[in-house]
Design a protein around this ligand. Structure first.
Ligand code: NAP
Ligand code: F7E
Length: 321
């Protein structure tokens, strides 16, 4: 069989790096789109940089997307690029809409005009469920986003469905619940906590300032979740899938598991700071991955506890270097 080509937007992000590793292990030619920055930051992909084709493009720029699809003729496109931090979406709502919402249409337009048989994956999010209308959340649960990020992802989800129905594109929307790893950005709550735990344990920090400890999330491991993205594009028909563990944990439980792993009590170190509260919160997320299990044969491999311990261990090792 001839070698397949996959284009990944957002290859420098957490998921992009795991997906690139997975596709390379399956002998794909991997093309990674990166935006121009004054300082290059390829930390997450430096170990595979020689094996991927890096190409400059931006979700804000239609012609760059067209040119990339024309030049590389990808069999599969994974649209992982986005402004992905919820608090920033409140402070930069218009930019978030341009990247996270309209960016999806730009890439779909490039595929439609240049190579319409390309298979397309859109990185949709459990943030679309927001103020949840059903527990647990599944593919048919009505959407009620609670942030400009969530609203932008709703647009990205529906434009993907619309291009599938209007132009017969093989376009899938993966509705992924929170997924984490040692490569997670430090501003997200899991990595913020595990990094602080490691620093406190090593005597480099004393306190940790946090927001809402009652929020509940369905947290999985990013390495498991990128496998689901690939599986969606290998099916006979395009569809949408919830990818989740089916378990929910409060932020306070995350703190407890992380601090107690190194023999500490989080209540001795955590200070509540209203600065980290959001204008509107998503209180409870818990996904039902039954459809993905049945249709894709997908199941998560890493439990919540193992995930948190893995992240604390990685932070300790990094800080000791
Ligand atoms: P991430 O670590 O924040 O990575 C985002 C990527 O998007 C980075 O490579 C970033 O490049 C790139 N990017 C941002 N704006 C861009 C632009 N205008 N043009 C081109 N590239 C741009 O996110 P992640 O956690 O890997 O998540 C991947 C995708 O899944 C995102 O769309 C996210 O919204 C979505 N998602 C994530 C989760 C989760 O729990 N992780 C759950 C559901 C959905 P730079 O390196 O230049 O910043
Ligand atoms: O917050 C609470 C916060 O920033 C989780 C993105 O990948 O997943 C992510 O979005 C919860 C929230 O992720 C702090 O209020 C308390 O309830 O880690 P987070 P998120 O907002 O759920 C979805 C699926 C995506 O698609 C997004 O791209 O934790 N929380 N105290 C805090 N959160 C942060 N960041 N910092 C705190 O100090």
């Amino acid at each position: 069989m001839s070698q397949k080509t996959a284009l990944i937007t957002g290859i420098t992000g957490q998921d992009g790096s795991y997906l690139a590793e997975l596709l390379l292990s399956m002998n794909y030619r991997v093309v990674g789109m990166v935006r121009r920055t004054s300082t290059i930051n390829f930390d997450r992909i430096k170990h595979i940089q020689e094996q991927v084709d890096i190409v400059q493009g931006d979700l804000l720029d239609q012609s760059s997307m067209m040119d990339i699809v024309r030049e590389y003729q990808p069999d599969e496109v994974y649209n992982l690029a986005a402004q992905s931090f919820v608090p920033t979406s409140f402070s930069q709502p218009v930019l978030t809409g341009e990247f996270t919402a309209l960016g999806v249409t730009r890439i779909l337009e490039a595929i439609r005009h240049v190579k319409p048989n390309t298979r397309f994956y859109q990185a949709s999010s459990s943030e679309m469920f927001g103020k949840v209308q059903e527990v647990p959340q599944r593919e048919s649960t009505p959407l009620y986003p609670r942030s400009p990020y969530g609203v932008a992802k709703v647009y990205g989800h529906w434009i993907t469905v619309n291009y599938r129905e209007s132009y017969d594109l093989f376009a899938c929307s993966g509705i992924l619940f929170n997924h984490e790893s040692p490569r997670r950005g430090l501003e997200f709550v899991t990595h913020k906590v595990t990094h602080a735990v490691a620093k406190i344990k090593l005597g480099l920090q004393k306190e940790l300032r946090m927001g809402n400890l009652d929020a509940r999330r369905d947290w999985g491991f990013a390495g498991d979740y990128v496998r689901a993205m690939w599986l969606m594009l290998q099916q006979d028909h395009p569809d949408d899938y919830v990818i989740a563990t089916g378990e929910t944990h409060a932020v306070s439980e995350l703190l407890d598991v992380a601090f107690s792993y190194v023999g500490l009590n989080y209540q001795d170190h955590v200070i509540i700071d209203p600065k980290f509260y959001r204008p509107a919160e998503v209180d409870l997320l818990i996904g039902d991955p039954a459809k993905a299990k049945k249709a894709l044969g997908w199941e998560p491999q890493v439990s919540f506890k193992v995930l948190v311990h893995m992240m604390v261990d990685a932070d300790l090792a990094e800080l000791k270097k």
